[in-house]
Structures are given as C-alpha cells and as structure tokens.
Design a protein around this ligand. Structure first.
Ligand SMILES: C[S@@+](CC[C@H](N)C(=O)[O-])C[C@H]1O[C@@H](n2cnc3c(N)ncnc32)[C@H](O)[C@@H]1O
Length: 290
C-alpha cells in the first residue's frame, strides 16, 4: 500500500476535480486536434501516472472505441479511480517498471508526470510497451494566469498560517516532486534522445473563468468548488507534512474560514455579481512516434 502522493503531495480531491475541469468536454476539440489519434480504431491506450483518473475518464468519453488502462503507484488514487470512472482498467504499479508485455499499446499518455520521473526510465518503459509506430503523448502544465476573487483574500490569521507552512514545508524535496523539470524546448529534445521520432508540440488553452457567460452555471460552480477542494486539501495536508508545527484547531479554523469564502463566491456567481476571477492554464502536448 503506497499512499505517499495522495497523503503528502496532492490530495485526491484536488487532483480529481481540477483535472475534471482541465479535461472537460468543452476542451475536447483542442486536445483531439493535438493528439491526432484515429478515433475509429479500437486503440489500446495506457495512461501513465493516472492519479484519481480524470484524464482516463475523458479519454473513455472522447474515444469510445478505445480500451483504456490507467496505472499509478498511489493506492488511494487507484481505489478512487475505480470507484469514480467506470469502463476503464486501473492498476497499481510503477511507471519505471510497467507490468505489461512489450508491444502492447497503441498509445501512451501522461499528464504532469514526466517532471517527476527520471527521463530515461520514463521514456524507455513507454517505448517498450508501445507497439511499433505507437504514439507517445506527454502533457504538461506550463505557465498560466491565476486571479482570485476579492472574497478569497487572506486575513491575518490565514496569512500567518501560510507563512508558517512555507517556512517549514520540505515535502517537495522529501518526495522528489518535480525533480526533473524541463522547458518547452527541452522536452522534445529529451523525447528524441530517448528514442522517439516525428516529434511535434502543441498547446491547449484552458480558460476557467466562472463569470464567462459561455460557461453554464453548473460548470462555473464546479470551477469555484475545485478551488475550494484544492484550498481545503492544502490546509489539511499540513497535519501530515508538518504535524509538529500545526494543531488540529488551527486547521479546523482555517477550513471553516475557507468554506465561508467559497460559499460567498458561489452566492455571487448564482446572483450574477461578477468578479472576473480567472484561472487559465496552458497545457503543452508533446507527441512522438515509436
Ligand atoms: C502531478 S500528479 C498527476 C496525476 C494525474 N496525471 C493527474 O493529472 O491528475 C503525478 C502522478 O504521478 C504519479 N507517479 C509519480 N511517480 C510515479 C511512478 N514512478 N510510477 C507511477 N506513478 C507515479 C503520482 O502518484 C501522481 O499520481
């Protein structure tokens, strides 16, 4: 049982609900254009480091003829994915030693995983399990725009809480998070160096602006609540990562204040009181052929 990532690095709800938005069907045309997969073929697709399963779920909707498998080494993510994303095979396992035969898959895909795994191991295993001429897709989140609504502003107690967390948090080093970061130009070079050819890059723009009238209310509320879950997961995680520096009472008070703010934001959205807070991410899609 390995729950290191879900317990210490990113909570299940944070990953699932932010990725449900990132891979919402309203963005499917952008991704499908960049993936260039043959929708009519019964493709076998493997998602590496699938987390709680939101991208695998999107692939299942976008490519109904495909057979999707997701693998992650975090047991809690795999348990959650099995419960929430039916029709997909989810397996616990390590990306550096995939439990699949050579030449098994038509496509391998990952989202925000490459930066956490040593590149020669990350790519060599995908090269091995891909069929000849198989497609490797590597998605990574690049820079974006993040503007909070004014009702989310921290009071002094909250600011002190986060200052203390920043002072003591060593979880990124402790769990080798983002140990292998690469720029937009280094990523294709690394993919080529590790055996892939015909490499291309493209970028999807994921605009999450709750007040944008093109988004229905339900999706706008999902955007606000995804931010709420991320905030609450972050607050609760301090008890796991820095237990000696925080008390349960502090965490409960932070969670209470946070819920009030997000409830306020929800009411504003429902009553049409515009805030124009926004979260725009640029998702790089790197594509290579075995
Ligand atoms: C930033 S999260 C992204 C999760 C998912 N792709 C998503 O976008 O929601 C990185 C994921 O990679 C997984 N991971 C990291 N190293 C791994 C490895 N060697 N084998 C399998 N999974 C790994 C973590 O457990 C985590 O779920």
């Amino acid at each position: 049982m390995n729950i290191t990532w879900s317990k210490y690095v990113q909570g299940t709800k944070t990953l699932y609900y932010t990725r449900k938005l990132r891979f919402d069907d309203i963005f499917s045309d952008q991704y499908k254009k960049l993936f260039e997969l043959n929708e009519n073929k019964p493709l076998k697709i493997l998602e590496i480091g699938c987390g709680p399963g939101a991208l695998a779920g999107a692939l299942h909707r976008w490519y109904p003829n495909a057979e999707i498998t997701g693998i992650d080494r975090d047991s809690e993510f795999i348990r959650f994915a099995k419960e929430h994303e039916p029709g997909i095979t989810f397996t616990e396992g390590d990306a550096t030693s995939l439990p699949f035969d050579n030449n098994t898959f038509d496509v391998t895909i990952s989202n925000t995983v490459a930066e956490h795994i040593e590149p020669s191991k990350f790519y060599s295993e995908q090269l091995r399990v891909l069929k000849p001429a198989g497609i490797c897709l590597v998605l990574s989140s690049r820079r974006g725009i993040n503007i909070n609504p004014s009702c989310i502003t921290f009071n002094e107690f909250e600011q002190q809480f986060w200052n203390k967390a920043a002072q003591h948090d060593d979880s990124t080093d402790r769990f080798s998070v983002c140990k292998y970061p690469m720029s937009e130009s280094e990523m294709p070079v690394s993919m080529a160096k590790h055996g892939f050819s015909n490499i291309s890059t493209g970028f999807a723009t994921i605009d999450l602006t709750p007040d944008n009238p093109k988004y229905p209310t339900s999706l706008a509320l999902d955007m606000i609540n995804a931010n709420r879950y991320t905030a609450l997961d972050g607050i609760e995680s301090v008890l796991c990562t820095m237990p000696e520096h925080f008390t349960t009472q502090e965490v409960e008070e932070m969670s209470r204040l946070t819920n009030i703010k997000y409830d306020t934001r929800i009411e504003q959205r429902k009553s049409g009181e515009k805030q124009w807070d926004t979260n725009v991410s640029i998702i790089m899609v790197l594509r290579g052929i075995k």
